[in-house]
Ligand binder design. Structure first.
Ligand SMILES: Nc1ncnc2c1ncn2[C@@H]1O[C@H](COP(=O)(O)OP(=O)(O)OP(=O)(O)O)[C@@H](O)[C@H]1O
Length: 598
């Protein structure tokens, strides 16, 4: 097995349309105006206090230390303590409020995204990997949340600090201001150089991390296959190589970004030295005081920090905007129906009570342009009839039922139920009348009771249990240590294949649909379970129009009509006896394949 496409947090650093995306993020943020105003006020206050402190320090040195005024010194020290203390408090408030703002914002985004996923047509999921969609709900959204948490405050405070420190420096000395900012171009150029390299390696690191994640996900999901084919060693080798790549790139990225700190320190010290020498000279010539030198040393730090931060934050914001853009792309997809915003309460749709008279008239369909999957398929199922669909693999049997459920829309012809074109029916109302039991019985994590109740959410415990009885599932469920409240592992892995089938049958019985779609399991179960399943299926089918993708002889023999599908066309139709007599495709299929099931 190869390790398919990277499924991890592959960061596309640039957004396509940053402006629109930022405006949309703003749309979410705006819902929390009060929090944002609080953040703005506390950031402004903490910046103002931080800007005032160095000035106060300079004044303390000049008025109290140089002039040896001890009593004034104490007062100034207390004032300084108050200024620093209040600035810390404001910073804490701004962080605290912003965490709430950003978490609420991404909660709403995550919610919108999940609601959207529920309303997107199946076609959307066909062309995307699970990893890609997962990455949107996890990586992309956490990227937005981190950026909102850190960058928004830092951006605001950097702007305040930058302009504030220049103003405070100019207020004290024009010449010293010029001396302080003289090293800035040097700092900016070197940071830019280093960070352009760092970004490249960080991007590579993200991509490699995606490879590692994708590989691990695939190997864990495919554990059975890996073990069955004894590919553990091969998987390990591939993993080692991918992991190795990640280490190499990781070391480069981390050590480059690690060198940024010392470099900045060196620049800062150079700046201090220049200020000290130039300040000392000016103080010697009585142009400025010693206190001013001290306050400039502080301002130089407050001034250069925001410049570096602005550059860093810009990159972070860029990658978050790109993440948000990917989320918005999903939100802009066309839904099958309007999202259910009722927050978990069942929504009433136009009620539909069908008899189950189903007609296909010259239905043609293709999943992708140019490849016809169904060609002019016509059929008529009267209420209560069983239609068996048989044919070789890939013939189009599943596609017939995919169209009836409107998982996909037909391109030509018409499908009607009780005389009404299904395109005119509300999709959810239509699906509420269709019961589906699929071959790969899908169970959710949760208890057995919850899984059966999935068929009708408002069913009582008694109704759930009588559905299970009809489905022949009750006796095995009761033998489990926790009975109906037994929790199921992922996809019901702690049940046998046959047991999973019985639970999905119970689910369909509870839903009580007018029309049934059954995809019979091909995998063999023991004879007793087989009999149980057959009996349950027959009870389920009684009185309902049933479409069965048939693999079992019993279903086929009892079916009112058998449709033999080959290459997307109905090549033969009739009852079992009719078709055997005909000695055509069905006869061949039956004698070669199905006879073994008898
Ligand atoms: N989502 C899809 N996108 C593109 N092509 C698809 C899709 N689903 C099915 N197909 C193609 O349509 C054709 C019919 O598939 P379908 O699943 O209806 O066959 P089937 O008769 O049910 O086969 P099987 O018995 O193996 O389940 C196949 O060639 C398949 O490759």
């Amino acid at each position: 097995m190869g390790h398919g496409p990277a499924r991890g947090p592959v960061v596309k650093v640039r957004a396509k349309d940053s402006k629109t995306t930022i405006l949309r993020i703003w749309g979410y943020l705006r819902q929390q105006r009060l929090g944002l105003v609080l953040v703005l006020i506390s950031t402004a206050l903490s910046s103002a206090l931080s800007l005032y402190a160095p000035y106060l320090l300079g004044r303390t040195i000049d008025l109290n230390i140089v002039s040896r005024n001890a009593s004034g010194l104490w007062r100034m020290c207390l004032l300084l303590l108050w200024v620093y203390g209040s600035s810390v408090l404001c910073t804490w408030i701004q962080q605290f409020v912003m965490v709430g703002v950003s978490q609420r914002t991404v909660q709403t985004m995550r919610n919108d995204l999940f609601v959207k996923f529920q309303t997107l047509p199946l076609r959307y999921f066909d062309s995307r990997t699970h990893g890609e969609l997962m990455s949107k709900t996890t990586n992309d959204i956490s990227n937005v949340s981190n950026t909102l948490n850190q960058s928004v405050i830092q951006l605001i405070s950097s702007v305040f600090m930058l302009f504030g420190s220049v103003a405070m420096m100019l207020y004290q000395s024009l010449w010293m201001t010029l001396v302080t900012i003289i090293t800035i171009p040097l700092v900016t150029i070197s940071t830019k150089k280093v960070s352009s390299y760092t970004r490249k390696y960080f991007s590579l690191q993200q991509k490699n991390l995606g490879d590692v994640n994708g590989f691990v996900e695939e190997t864990i999901t495919g554990q059975r296959v890996v073990k069955a084919f004894q590919r553990e060693e091969k998987a390990l080798q591939e993993f080692r190589a991918t992991n190795n790549h990640l280490r190499k790139v990781g070391i480069k990225a981390q050590s480059l970004s690690g060198s940024m700190g010392p470099l900045m320190n060196a620049m800062g010290n150079l700046n201090f030295a220049i200020i000290a020498v130039a300040g000392g000279w000016m103080s010697f010539h009585h142009i400025i005081t010693i206190g001013t030198i001290v306050s400039f040393i502080n301002y130089s730090r407050q001034f250069s920090q925001p410049i570096n931060q602005l550059a860093n934050q810009y990159n972070m914001v860029q990658s978050a905007v790109a993440g948000a853009e990917r989320v918005f792309e999903v939100l802009d997809e066309t839904s099958e129906y309007e999202p259910d915003t009722s927050q978990g309460h069942p929504v009433s749709h136009q009620a539909l009570h069908l008899l189950g008279d189903v007609k296909f008239q010259d239905v043609s369909f293709r999943y992708v342009e140019g490849v016809d999957v169904l060609k002019d398929v016509s059929l008529h199922a009267k209420p209560g009839e069983t239609i068996a669909l048989v044919g070789p693999t890939g013939a189009g049997k599943t596609t017939v039922v995919n169209l009836l459920t409107r998982f996909y829309e037909i391109q030509s012809g018409a499908i009607s139920i009780d005389g009404a074109d299904i395109r005119t029916l509300d999709k959810r109302a239509l699906r509420s009348q269709l019961g589906i039991v699929l071959q790969d019985a899908y169970l959710f994590s949760g208890t057995i009771r919850e899984n059966i109740r999935f068929g009708r959410l408002l069913a009582t415990d008694d109704e759930v249990e009588s559905a299970a009885k009809l489905a022949n599932a009750d006796s095995f469920i009761r033998k489990l240590p926790q009975g109906y409240d037994t929790p199921l592992a992922t996809e019901g892995a702690n049940l046998s294949h046959g047991q999973r089938q019985l639970i999905t049958i119970a689910r369909a019985i509870l839903a009580d649909p007018a029309i049934l779609i059954l995809d019979e399991a091909t995998s063999s179960v023991d004879t007793r379970t087989e009999l149980h399943i057959q009996e349950a299926m027959h009870r389920l089918m009684r009185g309902r129009t049933s479409f069965v993708i048939a693999h079992r002889l019993s279903t086929i023999q009892n079916a009112d009509q058998i449709l033999v599908i080959q290459g997307g066309e109905v090549v033969e139709r009739g009852t079992h006896e009719d078709l055997l007599e005909k000695r055509g495709v069905y006869h061949d299929l039956f004698t070669s394949q199905f006879i073994r099931l008898a």
